[in-house]
Design a binder for this molecule. Sequence first.
Ligand code: GAL
Length: 438
Amino acid sequence: MQDVTKTLTTRASRRGVLKGSAALGLGTLAASSLGSRFAAAQDEPGSLEVFSWWTSPGEAPALQALFDAYLAKYPGTEIINAAVAGGAGVNAVAVLQTRLQGNQPPDSWQTHVGHELVDQYVVPGYCEPITDIYESEKWADVIPAGLVEQATWESNQYSIPVGVHRGNGFWFNKQVMKDNGIEVGDTMTVDEFFAAADILQKAGIPALALATKDTFAAAQTFENTLLGAVGPDTYRALFKGEAPWDSPEVRAAAETYAKMLDYVNPDHSALTWDGATALIIEGKAGFNSMGDWAYGEFVSKNAVDNVGWVSHPGTNGSFVLVVDSFTLPKGAPNAENAKRWLRVVGSKEAQEAFNPLKGSIPPRTDVNREIFSPYHQWSMDSFAKDALVPSCAHSQASSPAFKQAFYDASLAFVTDKDVDTYIAMLSDAQAMDAETTS
Ligand code: GAL
């Protein structure tokens, strides 16, 4: 595991490092001419290791925008990009866990607020509180209370949100729809999807682009389908363990999902999530159910003009929250730089640079809305008025153990489409979760 991190660890922004070395040289000279070696040591930009899973063509430039915002303030810092590939952190989370257990934390890591932050990192003692930074930066004045709350454990804040993704996007290629005489309105029902899917199938086009090489995509497509079938209240209750999985409405959701799976691309097990996004860009599939990091892919490939979106069928009026944030580790090797990093990540400038590229909307509400794309503005409106529900596929809604069971059951279902087994696996996972947390 450690070797994987090492291989993938790259030095960010050579330009920044070089520019920085020059700046460091000047700084050192100036300091010694003042005869103060101590001052020079304090100015030392040093290094900053940032751990994430942002390696896709859309994610990497957005991460670089954060690095650039940091380097603009603290030139000369050697930024070590310790990203580990794999959508939703399917590989990164395990690598990070090994490092944390071995007492080798990076200076900051990416995590989702909610259960992932709290269960996986705060409660086991891997994070320092950053409540003082929240206070000095006055973040609570500009970040909605609901988001701050999800970064909070026992009255302290432990991470700073950088982007709010909407998980229930349903993306399509406008030309493909036009060529096949399919009109997509502002919303889509499940029946409308199946009507479009039949047309596409007759034209030899898979109606649903799926990528199951990253294990999260099957779980995410199901959680979106589930939300459409049961609505936001029952959806929340299910993941909180307050509603049963073996109910007729969950069963109906699984049946709908099974039917949707009849329309997927045959090579789904060979594709990572951005591969499915590419099928939409290239006009080789109808729709892709994916969080709006997909929009980041469209941006990076200059494809936004030919891509349309609606909410995943039946989920209009709901916003599936996938909130990215950064932490302050206990024992961060460069703790001062780690704190600087968090202040940058939480700043208006950095959030305005990062989110247009990433597809997410800024957690800060004082950003300039005009610099954002029509998609972003649509998502901002949805965030303001729709029912906000957490994503299980992205670790916010449930314990890590339940999430893993949700992944395993959903992946098995893509192959066997066995509704009884699916429901039984989810019910068992819920029962085990109740036992562990009671
Ligand atoms: C999510 C994460 C997003 C995006 C996506 C695909 O879990 O919140 O920022 O990276 O995975 O990797």
